[in-house]
Write a protein that binds this ligand. Structure first.
Ligand code: AMP
Length: 112
Protein backbone atom coordinates (compact mmCIF):
# COMPACT_ATOMS: atom_id res chain seq x y z
CA UNK A 1 0.00 0.00 0.00
CA UNK A 2 2.08 2.91 -1.29
CA UNK A 3 0.00 5.61 0.45
CA UNK A 4 -0.28 3.93 3.84
CA UNK A 5 1.62 5.91 6.50
CA UNK A 6 2.17 2.85 8.71
CA UNK A 7 3.56 0.88 5.74
CA UNK A 8 5.98 3.78 5.20
CA UNK A 9 7.02 3.64 8.87
CA UNK A 10 7.34 -0.17 8.76
CA UNK A 11 9.66 -0.03 5.74
CA UNK A 12 11.45 3.07 7.14
CA UNK A 13 10.52 5.23 4.15
CA UNK A 14 9.54 7.52 7.04
CA UNK A 15 12.45 7.09 9.47
CA UNK A 16 10.62 6.87 12.80
CA UNK A 17 12.74 5.28 15.56
CA UNK A 18 11.67 1.65 15.95
CA UNK A 19 11.33 0.24 19.48
CA UNK A 20 10.92 -3.33 18.17
CA UNK A 21 11.66 -5.00 14.85
CA UNK A 22 11.27 -8.78 14.86
CA UNK A 23 9.19 -11.54 13.28
CA UNK A 24 7.45 -9.21 10.83
CA UNK A 25 6.41 -6.79 13.59
CA UNK A 26 7.59 -3.25 14.32
CA UNK A 27 6.72 -0.85 17.12
CA UNK A 28 7.10 2.89 17.54
CA UNK A 29 5.89 5.66 19.85
CA UNK A 30 2.43 7.11 19.20
CA UNK A 31 2.55 10.70 17.91
CA UNK A 32 -0.21 11.72 20.33
CA UNK A 33 0.44 9.70 23.50
CA UNK A 34 -2.49 8.93 25.80
CA UNK A 35 -0.30 7.52 28.59
CA UNK A 36 3.35 7.78 29.72
CA UNK A 37 3.99 4.70 27.57
CA UNK A 38 1.96 4.63 24.34
CA UNK A 39 3.46 2.40 21.70
CA UNK A 40 1.91 1.26 18.42
CA UNK A 41 2.66 -2.34 17.48
CA UNK A 42 2.05 -3.16 13.83
CA UNK A 43 2.65 -5.96 11.34
CA UNK A 44 4.86 -5.13 8.36
CA UNK A 45 2.25 -6.73 6.13
CA UNK A 46 -0.60 -4.41 5.20
CA UNK A 47 -4.02 -5.39 6.51
CA UNK A 48 -6.70 -2.76 7.04
CA UNK A 49 -7.71 -3.88 10.53
CA UNK A 50 -7.15 -6.47 13.25
CA UNK A 51 -10.23 -8.28 11.93
CA UNK A 52 -8.67 -8.48 8.48
CA UNK A 53 -5.36 -9.71 9.96
CA UNK A 54 -7.17 -12.35 11.99
CA UNK A 55 -8.99 -13.56 8.88
CA UNK A 56 -5.88 -13.51 6.67
CA UNK A 57 -3.39 -14.97 9.17
CA UNK A 58 -4.21 -15.27 12.89
CA UNK A 59 -0.49 -15.69 13.66
CA UNK A 60 -0.12 -11.97 12.92
CA UNK A 61 -2.29 -11.16 15.93
CA UNK A 62 -0.26 -13.53 18.11
CA UNK A 63 2.97 -11.87 16.99
CA UNK A 64 1.58 -8.46 17.99
CA UNK A 65 0.72 -9.71 21.50
CA UNK A 66 4.15 -11.32 21.85
CA UNK A 67 5.78 -8.02 20.87
CA UNK A 68 3.59 -6.08 23.33
CA UNK A 69 4.54 -8.41 26.20
CA UNK A 70 8.22 -8.00 25.38
CA UNK A 71 7.91 -4.19 25.12
CA UNK A 72 5.97 -4.02 28.41
CA UNK A 73 8.75 -5.95 30.13
CA UNK A 74 11.38 -3.65 28.61
CA UNK A 75 9.48 -0.59 29.85
CA UNK A 76 9.12 -2.11 33.34
CA UNK A 77 5.31 -2.05 33.20
CA UNK A 78 3.62 -4.16 35.86
CA UNK A 79 0.28 -3.74 34.10
CA UNK A 80 -0.68 -2.46 30.70
CA UNK A 81 -3.57 -2.17 28.31
CA UNK A 82 -3.60 -3.41 24.72
CA UNK A 83 -6.28 -2.11 22.40
CA UNK A 84 -7.30 -2.57 18.80
CA UNK A 85 -9.76 0.01 17.50
CA UNK A 86 -11.51 -1.80 14.67
CA UNK A 87 -13.65 0.31 12.36
CA UNK A 88 -14.42 4.03 12.37
CA UNK A 89 -17.21 3.69 14.94
CA UNK A 90 -14.65 2.25 17.40
CA UNK A 91 -12.23 5.12 16.74
CA UNK A 92 -9.96 3.56 14.13
CA UNK A 93 -8.34 6.38 12.15
CA UNK A 94 -5.39 4.62 10.48
CA UNK A 95 -6.39 1.65 8.34
CA UNK A 96 -3.33 -0.52 8.85
CA UNK A 97 -3.63 -3.06 11.70
CA UNK A 98 -2.15 -1.61 14.89
CA UNK A 99 -2.26 -2.51 18.54
CA UNK A 100 -2.05 0.30 21.09
CA UNK A 101 0.16 -0.64 24.04
CA UNK A 102 -0.56 1.76 26.91
CA UNK A 103 1.03 1.84 30.33
CA UNK A 104 2.49 3.93 33.12
CA UNK A 105 -0.79 5.19 34.60
CA UNK A 106 -3.98 3.67 36.06
CA UNK A 107 -6.72 2.83 33.54
CA UNK A 108 -10.44 3.09 34.17
CA UNK A 109 -13.01 0.50 33.13
CA UNK A 110 -15.17 0.65 31.11
CA UNK A 111 -13.08 2.60 28.58
CA UNK A 112 -14.61 5.67 26.93
P1 AMP B 1 -6.46 4.60 15.79
O1 AMP B 1 -7.27 5.83 16.08
O2 AMP B 1 -6.78 3.45 16.70
O3 AMP B 1 -6.52 4.23 14.33
O4 AMP B 1 -4.96 4.96 16.15
C1 AMP B 1 -4.12 5.62 15.28
C2 AMP B 1 -2.99 6.16 16.09
O5 AMP B 1 -1.94 6.47 15.25
C3 AMP B 1 -3.34 7.45 16.88
O6 AMP B 1 -3.14 7.21 18.26
C4 AMP B 1 -2.37 8.47 16.30
O7 AMP B 1 -1.90 9.35 17.29
C5 AMP B 1 -1.26 7.60 15.76
N1 AMP B 1 -0.51 8.13 14.64
C6 AMP B 1 -0.97 8.63 13.48
N2 AMP B 1 0.05 8.97 12.66
C7 AMP B 1 1.19 8.65 13.32
C8 AMP B 1 2.58 8.76 13.03
N3 AMP B 1 3.01 9.28 11.87
N4 AMP B 1 3.48 8.36 13.95
C9 AMP B 1 3.05 7.85 15.14
N5 AMP B 1 1.76 7.72 15.47
C10 AMP B 1 0.84 8.11 14.59
Amino acid sequence: MSECIFCKIANQEIPVPLLYDRDGVVAFSDLNPQAPVHVLVIPKVHHESAAQSAAANPAVIGALFAAAASLALEHGLDGYRTTFNTGESAGQSVFHTHMHLLGGRPFAWPPG
